[in-house]
Ligand binder design. Structure first.
Ligand SMILES: Cc1cc2nc3c(=O)[nH]c(=O)nc-3n(C[C@H](O)[C@H](O)[C@H](O)COP(=O)(O)OP(=O)(O)OC[C@H]3O[C@@H](n4cnc5c(N)ncnc54)[C@H](O)[C@@H]3O)c2cc1C
Ligand SMILES: *[C@@H]1O[C@H](CO)[C@@H](O)[C@H](O)[C@H]1NC(C)=O
Ligand SMILES: *[C@@H]1O[C@H](CO)[C@@H](O)[C@H](O)[C@H]1NC(C)=O
Ligand SMILES: *[C@@H]1O[C@H](CO)[C@@H](O)[C@H](O)[C@H]1NC(C)=O
Ligand SMILES: *[C@@H]1O[C@H](CO)[C@@H](O)[C@H](O)[C@H]1NC(C)=O
Ligand SMILES: *[C@@H]1O[C@H](CO)[C@@H](O)[C@H](O)[C@H]1NC(C)=O
Ligand SMILES: *[C@@H]1O[C@H](CO)[C@@H](O)[C@H](O)[C@H]1NC(C)=O
Length: 536
């Protein structure tokens, strides 16, 4: 007879442990629900209409609706005890108070695009405050400003601005389903960054709720906290309810182009050359690069397909002469270019076919169903030599990279004029471009996940010789827990948090810690990469 293996006991122990945990947390969340009902007051809508627990049939669909990385939507991913989808500020205040009282962590979600799922996953009992119902936008054309609620998505912002005027735009991201709550909190860049900087550079006021449940605006929160929320990363300082943004001027006609070149068409030389011109171009012009592996025209061979994607704030004729002057090697011709309005260019960059109705900007469902993904970022301060680029191509031929993309985002222009400490986002003068590494995969399971994540990590190690150093800088909106974390519960020491904090924020990290210590000394708002207060 075989002896009873101790491993046979494990499922039993786990079941026991789980039912115990469930019983305790069920108890907690009952109390939490009662607390909510008590504190929510009698605002416009009853709080019971915006509360979901696993007992509600729509709990899963509400949870999953805004999950943009299915890597964090598996049966073993921890789930919230309660989801609150406030339709009124008082309900956010109640959720904050009751979470404190019943020792639950809060995760705030706007668009759900966090690469590491921090807006909807936690390893301690938690509540999601999902701002999906707070998405109104009020555009004031006379003053060139707009109030935008945190649950709005970028597509709605662009749509509502264009509805009022075709000569205003806003310098934020290209993916229309990204939420402004997280996006503006971490910076937020798009095709207008060389002309106008990033979204956070163009915020003039905000409304937020702090740890004490107070409603604050710029004046009442003070300039330190207002500084911190514009680029210091969401979730550390409170719940942003709305932003007031400064609209920017766009001409009636803009021009876009996409030029594809593969290795047989001198792509290596072109990417190499691009590094010497991309940050020095006229600031009305941006040329982004995205590249991936593709089949070559030669049977059975692979190549690298490089796309040069561009927005020019003007007409074709001017663009052609600018390109002739600054980047003739690309061989841009009139037929590559299309003139359109700025709002149409947002559809173009989001990948919609020409002639698509602007209404698609209002949809919260992404154009392409999201796959599992892992993202990382880097900053490049000196051009990568051709031999370095060739090492990149080799890595793209590996099988894990079948659906990997490298995006190169040029800086210069307005980005170099803004000081490193103007807002927490520190990546300014000296950067030629930013790199986004992205690997996607469709295959389910931990093995596939590990294989692809390991590929992107090896690639990232390879790049160390070519990118910024001390610190090796990263973009907080391309959240990457590999670069360092707090504990899984969210607490940490200043020293431990500095490892990731200085990569995202450079020396602004210290001021962020200072602000955090002032406004949330007990570290209520926390996650694996939240700013710690000094006391903890
Ligand atoms: C497909 C895709 C395309 C992208 N394109 C771009 C791009 O073009 N440019 C760019 O700069 N970035 C881009 N990003 C990155 C994106 O800017 C960040 O993921 C951003 O944080 C997402 O904001 P969100 O509200 O959608 O995410 P969420 O997951 O809801 O939130 C992100 C973080 O902010 C916190 N947070 C959210 N709302 C609030 C709030 N109201 N108050 C306080 N904290 C809050 C969350 O708790 C979380 O920590 C892209 C990401 C994806 C997945
Ligand atoms: C709630 O409604 C009652 C009756 O309509 C009113 O008397 C009371 O002042 C309201 N309380 C709050 C907090 O709004
Ligand atoms: C969820 O279920 C509870 C209890 O049945 C109910 O009071 C609440 O209204 C439900 N939530 C929604 C959004 O319907
Ligand atoms: C413009 O802003 C001023 C000051 O905030 C405000 O009083 C005025 O009403 C605004 N104009 C419009 C048309 O809303
Ligand atoms: C590649 O570059 C060389 C010179 O650098 C040029 O002669 C050749 O025409 C280019 N090929 C293509 C396909 O553009
Ligand atoms: C590329 O080539 C491989 C094998 O030669 C083939 O299986 C695959 O379908 C091709 N992909 C595309 C996008 O054409
Ligand atoms: C986090 O807090 C717990 C107790 O609340 C403590 O045991 C642990 O050491 C802390 N972790 C860190 C990294 O500070």
């Amino acid at each position: 007879m075989k002896p009873v293996s101790s491993s046979m006991l494990i499922p039993f122990v786990i079941t026991l442990l789980f039912s115990f945990l469930w019983a305790t947390s069920a108890h907690t969340h009952e109390d939490f629900l009662q607390c909510l009902t008590l504190h929510a007051g009698n605002s416009t809508s009853s709080i019971s209409q915006v509360i979901y627990t696993p007992a509600n049939s729509s709990y899963s669909s509400v949870l999953e609706f805004s999950i943009q990385n299915p890597r964090f939507s598996t049966p073993t991913t921890p789930k919230p005890l309660v989801i609150v989808t406030p339709s009124h500020i008082s309900q956010i205040q109640a959720a904050i108070k009751c979470s404190q009282k019943h020792d639950m962590q809060i995760r705030v979600r706007s668009g759900g695009h966090d690469s590491e799922g921090l807006s909807y996953v936690s390893y301690v009992p938690f509540v999601i405050i999902d701002l999906i119902n707070l998405h109104s936008i009020n555009v004031d054309v006379e003053n060139g400003t707009a109030w935008v609620e945190a649950g709005a998505i970028l597509g709605e912002v662009y749509y509502k601005i264009a509805e009022k005027s075709r000569n205003f735009g806003f310098p934020a991201g290209v993916c229309p389903t990204v939420g402004v709550g997280g996006h503006f909190s971490g910076g937020g860049y798009g095709t207008l960054l060389r002309k106008y900087g990033i979204a956070a550079d163009n915020i003039v006021d905000a409304q937020m709720i702090d740890v004490k449940g107070r409603i604050l605006d710029r004046e009442s929160m003070g300039e330190d906290l207002f500084w911190a929320i514009r680029g210091g990363g969401g979730a550390s300082f409170g719940v942003i309810v709305a932003w007031k943004i400064k609209l920017v001027h766009v001409p009636s006609t803009v021009t876009v182009f996409t030029v594809n070149r593969n290795l047989e068409q001198n792509a290596t030389k072109l990417v190499h050359r691009w590094q010497y011109v991309a940050d020095k171009l006229d600031e009305d012009l941006i040329i982004l690069i995205s590249l991936r592996a593709a089949n070559s025209s030669q049977e059975g061979r692979r190549t690298i397909q490089v796309s040069f994607n561009s927005l020019y704030l003007g007409g074709i004729d001017n663009l052609l002469s600018l390109m002739q002057e600054s980047f003739p090697e690309l061989g841009l011709v009139r037929e590559d270019c299309s003139e359109m309005s700025w709002i149409e260019s947002t559809l173009y960059f989001a990948g919609f076919p020409s002639g698509e109705s602007l209404d698609v900007l209002l949809s919260r469902t992404p154009r392409i169903r999201p796959n599992f993904f892992k993202a990382k970022s880097d900053y490049v301060m000196k051009p990568i030599p051709e031999v370095g680029l060739e090492g990149i191509w080799e890595r793209f031929y590996q099988k894990e990279a079948k659906e990997a993309i490298l995006a190169l985002i040029p800086y210069g222009g307005r980005m170099s004029e803004i000081s490193e400490s103007a807002i927490p986002f520190p990546h300014r003068v000296g950067n030629i471009y930013k790199i986004l590494y992205l690997v996607n995969w469709e295959e389910e399971g931990i093995v596939e996940s590990k294989r692809h994540i390991s590929w992107i990590r090896r690639f990232y190690s390879y790049m160390v010789a070519y990118v910024s150093k001390s610190p090796r800088a990263a973009y907080v909106n391309y959240r990457d827990l590999d670069i360092g974390t707090n504990s899984k519960k969210g607490n940490t020491s200043y020293k431990r948090a500095s490892t990731w904090g200085t990569k995202y924020f450079k020396s602004n990290f210290n001021r962020l810690v200072h602000v955090k210590t002032m406004v949330d000394p007990t570290n209520f708002f926390k996650n694996e990469q939240s700013i710690p207060p000094l006391s903890s």
